[in-house]
Design a protein around this ligand. Sequence first.
Ligand SMILES: *[C@@H]1O[C@H](CO)[C@@H](O)[C@H](O)[C@H]1NC(C)=O
Ligand SMILES: *[C@@H]1O[C@H](CO)[C@@H](O)[C@H](O)[C@H]1NC(C)=O
Ligand SMILES: *[C@@H]1O[C@H](CO)[C@@H](O)[C@H](O)[C@H]1NC(C)=O
Ligand SMILES: *[C@@H]1O[C@H](CO)[C@@H](O)[C@H](O)[C@H]1NC(C)=O
Ligand SMILES: *[C@@H]1O[C@H](CO)[C@@H](O)[C@H](O)[C@H]1NC(C)=O
Ligand SMILES: *[C@@H]1O[C@H](CO)[C@@H](O)[C@H](O)[C@H]1NC(C)=O
Length: 278
Amino acid sequence: MSPSLLLLVLLLAATAAASTDDSSVSVMPGCQRSCGGVGIPYPFGIGDEACFRQGFEIRCMNNGSAGGGEIPVLARTNQTIPVLSLSVAPLPEARVLLPVAWQCFNSTGGRTGFYPGNVNFNEAGVYRVSNIYNELYVLGCNTLIYVKGVKNQGGASRFNYKFYSGCVSVTNDTDDPQDGACAGLGCCHVDIPPGLTDTTISMFGDGYWSHADQEFCPCDYAFIVEKGSYNFSASDLTTHVPSNQTTPQRVDWSMPLRLDWAIRDSDSGSISCAQADI
Ligand SMILES: *[C@@H]1O[C@H](CO)[C@@H](O)[C@H](O)[C@H]1NC(C)=O
Ligand SMILES: *[C@@H]1O[C@H](CO)[C@@H](O)[C@H](O)[C@H]1NC(C)=O
Ligand SMILES: *[C@@H]1O[C@H](CO)[C@@H](O)[C@H](O)[C@H]1NC(C)=O
Ligand SMILES: *[C@@H]1O[C@H](CO)[C@@H](O)[C@H](O)[C@H]1NC(C)=O
Ligand SMILES: *[C@@H]1O[C@H](CO)[C@@H](O)[C@H](O)[C@H]1NC(C)=O
Ligand SMILES: *[C@@H]1O[C@H](CO)[C@@H](O)[C@H](O)[C@H]1NC(C)=O
């Protein structure tokens, strides 16, 4: 397919995405238009290789619970990552549900389990975590957690990554965390830097950030989430403690997040028409 033809296909798909009617979602001939009520516009696609561009494969799978029906999930990941919506325009965007990262401690501060949220959703590198529409939340009571991105190449560097972004949440008073208040007492949140390609969270577990004698707040949680869709509740500090703390094990708690996608030049990270040939 020529670059201009590809552009046309994407524009058609864009027009289609604005409509809620499945029949107008632009797909390759003979390919599935939707799954579980979610339109699957090209370059996304289900099934045959001709239905999607490399890196944009979607699987339509049984929801898992009885009577749950089918749901779309990202293909080629090691875990189930439900897709909430896919669009080509006005924003090339995928909204997905990703599991919350956590770590828990016992009364003497020993770490009993953790899950850093590394779900490997971006094997083909087509996604970036939108820094405009998402933010990082950290829940905990003696906690420093951050995300980091773009590894510095070679050489001795003071920093292994080009950027870090995170926040600190501290309290030793059970009455401090308040519903709706996320400003450092049991909860903090910050904007994230642009260019994140995954949602792996870096967590500190011992030493200065010890959770000894903090049974009222046994776990830390961290997640990148769509702005405006999470409202801190003090009970979140205690109601999501995973019953099975085998490591690593995702907890049954996930958050909606917005991913930008692009057809990228593998070197520069920009959109390349030359590589857009199918
Ligand atoms: C699966 O279906 C059940 C029952 O309809 C629903 O409660 C649950 O949220 C669904 N899960 C997903 C991941 O869509
Ligand atoms: C995903 O599974 C593949 C095949 O089992 C394995 O090689 C790879 O290391 C896994 N990746 C992650 C992030 O767990
Ligand atoms: C807490 O965990 C540490 C390290 O896992 C362990 O050595 C210690 O015995 C545990 N303490 C309690 C009270 O369970
Ligand atoms: C937190 O409070 C508990 C109970 O009052 C106390 O034992 C502990 O030393 C306090 N921890 C810190 C770091 O102040
Ligand atoms: C968040 O929760 C607080 C307390 O429950 C409530 O007052 C506030 O309106 C909520 N904010 C949003 C944006 O839902
Ligand atoms: C905890 O999860 C692990 C991995 O999924 C599983 O092998 C193990 O049996 C589980 N333990 C319990 C007590 O459910």
